[in-house]
Ligand binder design. Structure first.
Ligand code: PHE
Length: 459
């Protein structure tokens, strides 16, 4: 007799794991969503795009596009019990739709290769804070530049981060991913609470709050819209099958619409809160909100240095950032590993070690982009920004667009609704979900991608 999993799917002789309880999936999916995207990427992208006006467009993108695509990916995963390539193959055999899944697997690979570089910076700052490096008046910009320009240091920390993701993913879905997110996510929330209390009791800078809260729509261009959509996909881990893969370990009794709402809500809350922590501080220190990817690593240490017990809070902050990165990094690796396990019959730890090793190598150009390869530039971007731009501004929105087209018009939005309804009985926004998925998501993404990319190249 064929080997069936708990949903009656033929597993071809292998057993597929499921989250062992309800919170397992919620922690894993929020762990994937909340990451460098919220704390490191969101504030600087918002800063570069004029602050408050960007915030509003971003929230709109999250609600109108992020939420439906999240439900859609969860239903695809749970229905098929497969990695992204297998999911499309199963629902549309003998068609080229599996390529959308393949694009997702490649995107996961590339994102992790530069994600791990920034996560490595964060790990090294945990140690810097621990040994009490942050002192008032020191040159934090110089400190950051010295760090990113030391090849052995950055390569080493990049390696440490990849190694951590390999260790967790090798241990499996329940004993690896679920066990670790159930421990790390509560720690993350507690650290965040401590930092918010500390943040709001600091002497604030009104200019920062104003920048963050009073919109100036004259700054909005097609590129701003593309940045908002890219940020929405990146921060919600959408458009490349991470949520699909985690959804493939879901049991039928879990409530997909509620879970999707919880993940989107928590992720958005944390991004907004990160902005509140960073912008007042940036202005208080007289720094430029447009300083880009370095914002978190230069501004915040300067703020910590000025306050009592600064190194302790700095330690908490960078630990939080590293934990958030780790729970996202594992979901990126899991996509590629799940593909090799399901489609190629690989053994889990062999897949994790091999792919982790390759990702480490692929991350060497961005990690050395500030020293050995500092001469590289593509549309004024360094290597790390180029990897980020290619994946976040092109691959993720494209993946989301194709996934919505597939579910809306090939598999059928009704099928997705039926899957979403399984643990629920009732799915309140059913007809708006169908309409938005079929028409709004594809058209809006296509229009914004064309206009935004056009603008980037014509500058
Ligand atoms: N969502 C993660 C973050 O915000 C990044 C990520 C993107 C993780 C895509 C998985 C898939 O940091």
């Amino acid at each position: 007799m064929a080997d069936l999993d708990n949903n009656g799917t033929d597993l071809g002789g292998r057993e597929r794991e499921s989250w062992s309880n309800k919170l397992g999936f919620i922690f894993a999916a929020t762990g994937s969503a909340i990451g460098l995207g919220n704390i490191w990427r969101f504030p600087y992208v918002a800063g570069e795009n004029g602050g408050a006006a960007f915030l509003l467009i971003y929230i709109l993108a999250i609600l109108l596009i992020g939420l439906p695509v999240m439900v859609c990916e969860m239903t695809l995963g749970r229905r098929t019990q497969r990695n992204p390539v297998g999911a499309f193959r199963r629902l549309a055999p003998n068609t080229p739709w599996w390529l959308v899944g393949a694009l997702g697997v490649i995107t996961g690979f590339v994102i992790l290769s530069f994600y791990s570089v920034v996560a490595g910076w964060s790990l090294s700052y945990v140690v810097k804070a621990m040994v009490g490096t942050f002192t008032a008046g020191m040159d934090f910009e110089g400190m950051f530049i010295t760090h990113v320009q030391s090849p052995s240091e950055v390569v080493g920390w990049h390696g440490v981060f990849i190694l951590l993701t390999i260790l967790i993913i090798s241990a499996g879905v329940v004993k690896g991913i679920q066990k670790w997110v159930e421990f790390l996510m509560p720690v993350l929330f507690i650290l965040l609470l401590v930092l918010i209390v500390r943040g709001v009791t600091l002497e604030g800078a009104g200019a920062g709050l104003e920048f963050y809260l009073s919109p100036d729509f004259s700054e909005i261009t097609a590129q701003t819209l593309l940045d908002a959509i890219s940020q929405a996909f990146f921060t919600l881990s959408l458009g490349m099958g991470a949520i699909l893969t985690y959804g493939s370990y879901l049991r039928k009794r879990e409530n997909i619409p509620v879970d999707a709402g919880a993940v989107v809500g928590l992720d958005t809350l944390i991004a907004i809160v990160a902005g509140f922590a960073i912008f007042p501080a940036v202005f208080a220190m007289g720094l430029d909100p447009q300083s880009g990817p370095n914002l978190t690593f230069i501004t915040l240490p300067a703020v910590f240095a000025e306050m009592p017990l600064g190194n302790l809070f700095g330690f908490f902050f960078f630990l939080l950032l590293s934990i958030a990165a780790l729970t996202s990094g594992i979901s990126l690796l899991e996509v590629v590993v799940a593909y090799l396990i399901d489609e190629r019959g690989w053994e889990r730890s062999k897949a994790a070690i091999t792919i982790g090793g390759l990702i480490f190598l692929f991350g060497i150009p961005p990690v050395l982009g500030y020293s050995t390869f500092s001469g590289f530039s593509f549309m004024e971007m360094d290597i790390l920004d180029t990897y980020d731009w290619l994946t976040s501004s092109i691959f993720l929105p494209l993946g989301g667009l194709l996934t919505a087209l597939f579910v809306g018009h090939v598999w059928g939005a009704r099928q997705s609704v039926e899957e979403a309804r399984k643990g629920v009985g009732r799915f309140y926004f059913e007809s708006s979900y169908i309409f938005v998925l079929k028409w709004v998501v594809p058209l809006v993404i296509a229009a914004i991608m064309i206009a935004g990319i056009w603008q980037s190249f014509s500058q």
